[in-house]
Design a protein around this ligand. Sequence first.
Ligand code: GDP
Ligand code: MG
Length: 296
Amino acid sequence: PRNYVGFDSITGQIEKKLLKRGFQFNIMCVGQTGLGKSTLINTIFASHLLDSKGRLSPAEPNRTTTEIQTVLHTIEENGVRLHLNIVDTPGYGDKVNNERCWDPIVKYIKDQHSAYLRKELTAQRERYILDTRIHCCLFFIQPTGHSLKPIDIIVLKKLMDICNVVPVIAKSDALTLEEQAAFKERIREEFAFHHIKMYPYDNDLLDEDERAMNSHIRNMIPFAVVGSEKDIVVDGKIVRGRKSRWGLINVENESHCEFISLRNFLTRTHLQDLIESTSQIHYENFRSKQLLALKE
Ligand code: GDP
Ligand code: MG
């Protein structure tokens, strides 16, 4: 056409640049020691890695985490790079007196916002600011089958104000399917009662399908998960699973647990939204408060 200038190729240029740089995704695990945090993370990302290049280094057996640790990985799939930063937190709620045990976790999240703001405000802006802000906080709930603990409610309230929180029922193989369903229902009631507003959030830009997907996720939360770093053989195929005296659990079988749903949610359907909401909601909140405080 005569009036065609060709600037529409800019989308391709942007895409190429973005893909080359890759995406930064920072995920944090919070929950008591022994609830399977390290195992789940390795199950999510290691099995994801098997069909691409590279592999997570195997975790040291039964190491307990005493301070906040970050591990960096770069995963590449079909030319798309994902820089994954996994933040493991110290045994939250492990002690007899758990007063303020959440302080280091909250501080860590705020520190990342603060570091980002500082870089943003410096005169000579870096062209690309390394993003260490937590995009997703996986919150591990003990599979008691009864209710949340008072400390969980306190901490969830603190966390949901500063980051995207995704609750999971840890080691859900400890519960029967009926117990799981009842426990989930109970937890959702508690969230509602305590005004705990979980990720994902709806906004005006979402289309009907995205809204439907969010409401589907909200009805599934907390994800009842099972993790395993061991391979088992099911029908001649090697899968991630757990073997017990009464049978096998294939973590990738959707009728056994919601591991696959959680993984799809994190790595496929909501990856970009987790990153965007962090920046547009949680970081913006932090930023406007800080800038206001500066003015006073
Ligand atoms: P962390 O302290 O929260 O990081 O917990 P770990 O990932 O180190 O796991 C503690 C123990 O629980 C290990 O022996 C794991 O094999 C076991 N474990 C992890 N996930 C599960 C699970 O989903 N179900 C069961 N039954 N055991 C699990
Ligand atoms: Mg651990």
